[in-house]
Design a protein around this ligand. Structure first.
Ligand code: ADP
Length: 628
C-alpha cells in the first residue's frame, strides 16, 4: 500500500531531449493510474523514473512521504511489469517467480508459499513446471505479473503489458488486471498508448503529449470535460467532430456559424459558460461534438429544446451490429470538404444510405468549444472568468443596477461602458453590496459553481465546499477588487506571485572547514535548508553556482516588518501602498527589483520582507526548469 507524490518532475536526457516537463501529481493509496498518450510523449520515462530505472533530472518523488529520488530501484518496494515479459527462458515458471525472492535470501518454504499463492491468484498453477517458451502470450504475461506479485510490492508499475497480445486476449487480460488490482488492494500505475485501455482500467488517467501533462482526471470527466482539443480528440471513439467557425451573441440568442455553412442556434443560457468576448462573430473558434451527441431526426425523438437542427449528406454507412456509424458532411454542396465532415453514431435501425441528405440534430447541451489558436477549451466546466460591462464615475463602479465603491488601489478615470473581467472565485457570496438571484447550482468535486442572475446578465461564483444557497435564493455578493482587470483603463489584477532574479552561492566558513550556502537576491543572502541544498545539488551539482535563477514566492507567504536586519529577509523600501479596502499591499523595492506583499504601512518605510525559504520555488532561468 502506498501513496505517491510527484512534484515538478523533469527529465532531460543527455543531448537535451526534454522528455518530461513539470509533471505534478499526487497519487493516493490503491488508485489505478493510467498514463496515456501517443508514442514518445514521455509516459515510459515517467514510469521509469518512478521505478528508479531512470534518474530524475529535477523535482521530487515521494513514496509514502519519503523522498526516494536517490533510492536504488530495489529499495523502493516497487515491482515493474514490462511489455516483453522479461522472463528468463531457461527457468521454469516456478523459478521465474521465485527468482527475486531467492536473491532476497528468503527461506525456501516461504518462497514456495508465495509462489503458490500468486500462481493461484493468476490461475497458472498447472504451468509452474513449464518453461516460458511452452506458454502462450497471455500465460507469459501472467507469469510476469506473478513475478511482481510474489514480492508484495507497495506499487505496481506496468509498462504496456498487453501490447504483445492479440485484441481478444488483450480485452480479457484488461479485465483480469483490473480484478487483480482490486484483489491486491495496491497502487497501480499503468502505461499505455491505447485510450480504450486507459478508459476501461484507470480510476484516474494522465493524458500526456510531447512531454507535457495535458489533463489528469477520471475517465468520465476526461470524456465529458476535455480541457483542450488534444484530449477531446484523443479520448473517445469515434473521435470528436471538430468544425471551425465563429460565434455571435445577439440579445439572448447565440449562433455558431460554422465555416462549412451550417448554423447552430441556441439560447444564451445554453452557452453561458463561454466567455462573452468570444461571442463577437470574429474570434476563430472550433465547435466540437461527439458522434454520440448527434442524432438522426426522427418523428419519435423527444426534444425539450436541447437539440439544434442541421442537415448532412451521407457518404458511408458502417453497420456494426449494436450501432451504426454514419460518415457524412454538413456541407451539402461539397461533400468532400474536410471542414464539414461528421461522424454520427446512431442505433442500428436507422435507415440511411450513401448519398442521402438527412436531417440531423446536434446536442445543445453536450457540445464543446475551443479557442482555434490556443486549442484550449473555452466552455470549461469551471469558467475561467466573469466578463461584465461596467461604467465608472467618481470612483463608483456600476453595472446592471449594482453599485460598488472602488477601493483606493483601483485608480481609474471615469468611463462609459468598459469590459471588466475577474476570475470566478473573485465574486464572493453572502456579504457585500451586490444583489443576485441564484439561477443554477453545480457541484464540481469539492467546489460549488453558482450561476447568478444579476440584472440581465449571468455571472459565476466559485466557492470551496458544498452548496450554501439554492436555486431561487436572493444573495448578496462582493467583488475582490485585487483580482479585477479593466483592459481599457489599464487596471490589472494584483500579481499574487513574486518572481525575483538571483543566484546560488557558497562561502567558506571562517574555520575554512566547510561551506555556507546562500540563495542570493541582490545583496540579501537567504539561508537555504539542508533539503533545498540537497535538491539543488542533486539536480545541478556545482553548475548551480553559474546558473541564473528565479526565486518564486507567493505574495501570501511573505510577511513584512520594520527593518531590523532580520535573517532570511529582503530589506527594501515601500514604493507604493495598494489599498483594496479589506487588505492593503505594499510594492517594495528590493535591490532594484520589486515585490508585492501584504503590508499596512506607508510609502517610504524601510522594511524587512521575511521569506520562508522552504516555500520558495527555484527555477533555472536558462532552461526553464523548476529545480526545487
Ligand atoms: P513514450 O513512453 O510515451 O512512448 P518515452 O518516455 O519512451 O515515450 O520517450 C519520451 C521522449 O524521450 C521521446 O522523444 C524519446 O525519443 C526520448 N527518449 C527516451 N529514452 C531516451 C534516451 N535513453 N535517450 C534520449 N532520449 C530518449
Amino acid at each position: 500500500m502506498a501513496s505517491l507524490s510527484l512534484k515538478h518532475i523533469f527529465k532531460v536526457y543527455d543531448g537535451g531531449v526534454k522528455a518530461v516537463n513539470d509533471f505534478c501529481m499526487d497519487i493516493e493509496d490503491k488508485e489505478f493510474i493510467v498514463f496515456v498518450g501517443p508514442s514518445g510523449c514521455g509516459k515510459s520515462t515517467t514510469l521509469r523514473m518512478i521505478a528508479g530505472l531512470e534518474e530524475i533530472t529535477a523535482g521530487e518523488l515521494r513514496i509514502d512521504d519519503e523522498i526516494v529520488n536517490d533510492f536504488e530501484p530495489k529499495d523502493r518496494n516497487i515491482a515493474m511489469v514490462f511489455q516483453n515479459y522479461a522472463l528468463y527462458p531457461h527457468m521454469s515458471v516456478y523459478e521465474n517467480m521465485a527468482f527475486s525472492l531467492r536473491t532476497m535470501h528468503m527461506p525456501n518454504d516461504q518462497i514456495h508459499e508465495k509462489v503458490l499463492e500468486a500462481a493461484e491468484i493468476l490461475g497458472i498453477t498447472e504451468y509452474l513446471e513449464r518453461k516460458p517458451k511452452a506458454l502462450s502470450g497471455g500465460q507469459r504475461q501472467r507469469v510476469a505479473l506473478g513475478r511482481a506479485i510474489v514480492r508484495n510490492p507497495k506499487v505496481f508499475l506496468l509498462d504496456e503489458p498487453l501490447s504483445n497480445l492479440d485484441a481478444k486476449l488483450r480485452a480479457a487480460m484488461r479485465a483480469e488486471i483490473s480484478r487483480l488490482h482490486e484483489k491486491l488492494g495496491t497502487t497501480f500505475i499503468y502505461v499505455t498508448h491505447d485510450q480504450v485501455e486507459a478508459m476501461t482500467m484507470g480510476s484516474r488517467i494522465v493524458v500526456m503529449k510531447d512531454g507535457f501533462v495535458q489533463q489528469i482526471d477520471t475517465p468520465t470527466n476526461l470524456y465529458k470535460y476535455p480541457g483542450n482539443m488534444f484530449v477531446a480528440g484523443f479520448i473517445g471513439t469515434p473521435q470528436m467532430n471538430f468544425f471551425d467557425g465563429t460565434v455571435r451573441k445577439t440579445g439572448e440568442n447565440v449562433r455558431f456559424s460554422l465555416d462549412c455553412g451550417t448554423n447552430i442556434d441556441m439560447k444564451y443560457m445554453q452557452a453561458d459558460k463561454i466567455p462573452v468576448k468570444y461571442m463577437d462573430g470574429q474570434h476563430k473558434i472550433v465547435f466540437g461534438i461527439r458522434p454520440d451527441d448527434v442524432r438522426v431526426k426522427n418523428s419519435t425523438n423527444y426534444d425539450d429544446g436541447s437539440w439544434a437542427p442541421a442537415k448532412a449528406v451521407v457518404s458511408v454507412v458502417e453497420v456494426l451490429g449494436g450501432e451504426t456509424l454514419i460518415y457524412g458532411n454538413l456541407n451539402l454542396e461539397t461533400p468532400d470538404a474536410q471542414s464539414g465532415s461528421i461522424i454520427i453514431k446512431t442505433d442500428p435501425d436507422t435507415e440511411v444510405h450513401r448519398g442521402d441528405i438527412i436531417d440531423i440534430e446536434i446536442s445543445r447541451r453536450k457540445f464543446h468549444v475551443f479557442d482555434k489558436e490556443t486549442e484550449q477549451s473555452i466552455r470549461k466546466r469551471i469558467p475561467d472568468e466573469n466578463v461584465i460591462n461596467v461604467a465608472i464615475s467618481g470612483g463608483v463602479l456600476r453595472f446592471e443596477g449594482q453599485k460598488f465603491l472602488l477601493p483606493a488601489a483601483v485608480h481609474c478615470a471615469d468611463s462609459g461602458s468598459v469590459e471588466l473581467s475577474m476570475p470566478v472565485s473573485a465574486l464572493t457570496l453572502g456579504k457585500g453590496d451586490g444583489k443576485a438571484t441564484v439561477q443554477w447550482v453545480e457541484a464540481i468535486g469539492e467546489k460549488t459553481l453558482y450561476f447568478l442572475k444579476v440584472g440581465d446578465i449571468t455571472v459565476f461564483s466559485l466557492e470551496a465546499g458544498a452548496a450554501r444557497f439554492a436555486i431561487g435564493d436572493n444573495v448578496a455578493f462582493d467583488i475582490d477588487f485585487s483580482q479585477i482587470s479593466i483592459g481599457a483603463l489599464g487596471v490589472t489584477p494584483l500579481c499574487m506571485v513574486n518572481t525575483l532574479d538571483g543566484i546560488f552561492t557558497k562561502e567558506k566558513d571562517v574555520s575554512k572547514k566547510f561551506y555556507h550556502f546562500y540563495m542570493n537576491i541582490g545583496d540579501a543572502k537567504l539561508v537555504p535548508t539542508d533539503l533545498i541544498c540537497e535538491k539543488v545539488f542533486a539536480c545541478k551539482g556545482n553548475k548551480i553556482f553559474h546558473t541564473p535563477l528565479q526565486y518564486i514566492v507567493s505574495v501570501k507567504d511573505l510577511s513584512v516588518i520594520s527593518a531590523c536586519g532580520t535573517q532570511n529577509a529582503l530589506t527594501g523600501k515601500v514604493l507604493k501602498i495598494l489599498d483594496y479596502g479589506k487588505e492593503k499591499y505594499a510594492v517594495i523595492d528590493v535591490y532594484g527589483q520589486t515585490l508585492t506583499a501584504l503590508y499596512d504601512g506607508k510609502v517610504g518605510d524601510t522594511v524587512d520582507v521575511i521569506v520562508p525559504v522552504e516555500k520558495v520555488t527555484i527555477k533555472d532561468k536558462s532552461i526553464d526548469i523548476i529545480i526545487v
